[in-house]
Design a protein around this ligand. Structure first.
Ligand code: FMN
Length: 330
């Protein structure tokens, strides 16, 4: 049985990988995930805010020296030469590469094109095999239009694409008026993949303290369906790699994501809840399903139920909305 997949141009031994999260913050858990059969790992994100704060802190530091000792600035590197990427992140890439055979997908998180984009190059130089860009920006003002938000994603993707040669994928939110159009534009920009989708924390109102707090819950299996819809709809429209992120908790969820059209399947909540060994269980279940259903490879499964291949294509679209409502029973 052939579980290999090509994801972002990388040949992976399996389509399953831990998504960006604290799961990939220490070598022990990364080794466990490798032993359990992960095809790659996605590192937790390096945030633009972290980088920009470091730059600001560095600038403050130098100017303090400047004011006090005019000649002393020569002992500092020029700000342009100074590696302001939080050094630990770059070190971590190198450590993971040295300690495992896993392809490492680093993650950069920013909401506007900025200085931090140049850090994509440092990440590539540190040995990352690919880069996932998380472009989370929530438009909250009536003055900000949909096209402006999409343009921002494209600008970030273009800038990063121009900065590195390694494969680049963009982790999207589902909150775009035309997901397919945006993904098509990313493909036109030379982006190698998209990850569907990011999951955000939502604010919660505490009725006792009358405070509003951000709250991040782990996902449930219901989260997967939104991903399945877009995997299925996009599979036949674009050639770039499709990553699934959100709601994968059981091996049948992995099967679903692949049948809809995913090239890679990321898991976070389920592994945070059950530990790294859960990834092995998901893979065993996938193999079992493939045996039972006479699939010999992941390639054969991929997109077998995409919109073009499924018996009732309208299930992906609005078409049978009315029938679905009529069929509902309590
Ligand atoms: C504790 C936690 C930390 C996360 N950190 C990141 C991160 O640094 N960067 C990122 O792009 N996504 C991050 N995510 C989102 C996950 O990568 C993933 O997209 C989301 O949890 C949906 O997948 P799941 O249903 O398998 O959990 C995080 C999620 C959790 C629960």
């Amino acid at each position: 049985m052939n579980l290999t997949t090509t994801y972002l141009g990388l040949k992976l031994k399996s389509p399953l990988m831990p998504g960006a999260s604290p799961l990939t913050e220490n070598l022990d858990s990364i080794r466990q995930l490798e032993d359990a059969g992960a095809g790659a790992i996605v590192m937790s994100s390096l945030f633009a805010e972290q980088i920009e704060r470091s730059e600001a802190a560095f600038a403050r530091h130098v100017s303090r020296w400047n004011e006090n000792f005019a000649e002393a600035t020569t002992i500092f590197p020029q700000q342009d030469d100074y590696s302001v990427a939080p050094a630990e992140y770059l070190d971590r890439i190198a450590h993971i590469k040295a300690a495992t055979k896993l392809p490492v997908i680093a993650s950069l998180n920013g909401s506007h094109p900025g200085n931090w984009v140049s850090h994509a190059r440092l990440i590539a130089d540190a040995g990352a095999d690919a880069l996932e860009l998380n472009t989370y920006f929530l438009a909250t003002l009536r003055s900000v239009s949909g096209p402006e938000i999409e343009e921002r994603v494209i600008e970030i993707a273009r800038a990063v694409r121009g900065a590195v040669k390694i494969p680049v994928t963009v982790k999207l939110s589902p909150f775009y008026s035309s997901v397919a159009h945006l993904v098509g534009r990313l493909e036109d920009e030379g982006i190698d993949g998209v990850v569907l989708f990011n999951r955000f924390f939502q604010p919660e109102i505490d009725v006792d303290t009358l405070e509003v707090n951000p709250k991040l819950d782990l996902s449930t299996r219901e989260d997967l369906r939104l991903r399945l819809r877009w995997l299925g709809l996009l599979r036949d429209q674009v050639k770039l790699s499709l990553g699934c992120s959100g709601g994968v908790h059981a091996s049948t969820d992995v099967v679903r994501a692949l049948l809809a059209g995913a090239d890679g399947v990321q898991v976070v909540s389920s592994l945070l809840g059950h530990g790294a060994a859960q990834l092995g269980g998901l893979l065993t279940g996938l193999k079992h399903w493939m045996e039972q259903n006479e699939y010999s490879s992941v390639d054969q499964m991929r997109g077998a139920l995409s919109v073009r291949n499924c018996p009732d294509a309208e299930a992906y679209e609005r078409g049978n909305y009315l029938r679905t409502l009529q069929l509902w029973r309590p």
